[in-house]
Design a protein around this ligand. Structure first.
Ligand code: AMP
Ligand code: MG
Length: 421
């Protein structure tokens, strides 16, 4: 079910938020407002673990076995009894990974052991082979060994009965392996989100047609495709829609079959009027002016069972508002409960950066290493139509709401666009 949809009007939810001002909305407040309105989905499916990569776990994982299942050796060497390590020891057999030593080890005895082999009964310590002196089937251990060294204990990684993964966790390669280490082959995950999008604008032309005067190729549907594909959602691309009420209404009705609708263009002042009336007829949609750059005008609301994100048309503004708001809202909708905020890191500004207080800016930056220091410079021209600034960037330079101009050498915050997943 889709939770709060249809129960509480979103205007009522947002009006309860401290400092909510639709005409000068702080970026944090916009994010908070969306999260407050959206209730996570709860429809799940069960998948083989490989297919669950990138999905949101919707069950708790509680080990039914210890991992490792037995105490075992972390090194190649000799399993010994620490108590009589100082005598010369007789090697009475060997323990290999998957081939345990069957007997037990008495006074003055030891067993040759390989990494991963079960610790033989009676032994508690491993002496690595490199330090041992061998004479026939006897070994001499040098002083300085520590009790229990190089032993991995049963349950040291995962313990029977102690929950290890919580619902809402993103399944990354590490989680797939961890689940496999418990012998579990299938997991319950959130179903994939369905997201529909279209571009609006009479000037837009799809690839394959000639441009006439005043026309531009639609690039937003391609950046959106890329960003949504990376989030792992099911995508419905509804193409370019003319600035025409009947065409827009038809597109919105189709898109409303998805969990979320993303539109680009048509929310700036002047264009918003007829769209505003249309959206009010089809659902409940708020129009915001966000204190940010780029990406000031934005619409948020719902149409039927779908959440609507009306992004500005400018190509850079689309990407910035997607990463700063839509991504967050979709991950919340998909049931994520782990911390999915994009981390803010610090770097030194390589040059002066223009900025006025009163809005959060997301300038496009290049983070680079200068000697031992990480520095960041802007990609130059920062117009919200200059998509090249995104293509050249490897990070956003996030300049806080209150901050004014930045001088070279000052610390600034950056958000990496790519990181290990
Ligand atoms: P709008 O928000 O509709 O006023 O559009 C703002 C600017 O973004 C205008 O210059 C549009 O031509 C441009 N724009 C809008 N949608 C797209 C698109 N899908 N691809 C490329 N540019 C666009
Ligand atoms: Mg337009």
């Amino acid at each position: 079910m889709t939770g709060k949809i249809g129960t509480v009007p979103i205007s009522q939810v947002v009006s309860c938020l401290d400092g909510y001002d639709p005409d000068a909305l702080h970026v944090d407040k916009a994010r908070e407002a969306m999260r407050a309105c959206i209730a996570p989905l709860s429809e799940t499916e069960t998948l083989p673990i490989r297919d669950a990569l990138g999905r949101v776990l919707m069950q708790e994982i509680v080990p039914a076995i210890n991992v490792p299942a037995h105490d075992n050796s972390a090194m190649d060497g000799y399993a010994v009894r620490f108590a009589d390590i100082e005598s010369s020891l007789t090697e009475i057999g060997s323990a290999l990974a998957g081939k345990p030593f069957a007997g037990s080890v008495g006074l003055g005895q030891c067993v040759r052991i390989m990494t991963g082999a079960v610790m033989p009964a009676g032994t508690d310590t491993v002496v690595i082979q490199e330090v041992v002196k061998r004479e026939g089937n006897r070994i001499v251990v040098p002083p300085g060994q520590k009790r229990s060294q190089h032993v991995r204990y049963a349950g040291e990684d995962l313990k029977i009965g102690v929950p290890v993964l919580a619902p809402g966790k993103l399944l990354r390669p590490a989680e797939l392996g961890l689940i496999a280490s418990l012998g579990i082959g299938e997991v319950r995950v959130m179903r994939r989100l369905r997201v529909a999008f279209f571009s609006t604008g009479d000037e837009l032309v799809s690839i394959g047609k000639e441009l006439k005067a005043g026309e531009v190729y639609d690039s937003n549907r391609y950046t959106l495709h890329g960003m949504l594909a990376r989030l792992g959602v099911e995508i419905t691309d509804l193409g370019v829609v003319r600035d025409d009420p009947a065409a827009l209404e038809a597109a919105l009705r189709r898109a409303a079959q998805a969990d979320a609708i993303i539109t680009t263009g048509g929310v700036s002042v002047g264009e918003a009027d007829f769209i505003r009336a249309l959206l009010a007829k089809l659902g409940e949609v708020l129009f915001w002016k966000i204190a940010m750059r780029p990406g000031r005008p934005m619409a948020f609301g719902r149409i039927g069972n779908a959440w609507l994100f009306g992004l500005p048309g400018n190509p850079v503004a689309v990407m910035v508002t997607f990463y700063q708001f839509v991504r967050d809202a979709l991950l919340h909708l998909a049931g994520r409960t782990d911390d999915y905020a994009i981390p803010l890191l610090r770097a030194k500004a390589a040059d002066n950066i223009r900025k006025v207080p009163g809005r959060t800016e997301y300038q496009r930056g290049v983070l680079f290493k200068d000697g031992t220091e990480w520095k960041v410079r802007t990609t130059g021209q920062q117009g919200s139509g200059v998509l090249r600034s995104m293509a050249e960037a490897n990070c956003f330079i996030v300049l806080e709401h209150e901050r004014g101009a930045v001088k070279a050498g000052e610390q600034v915050q950056v958000q990496l666009m790519e990181a290990v997943a």
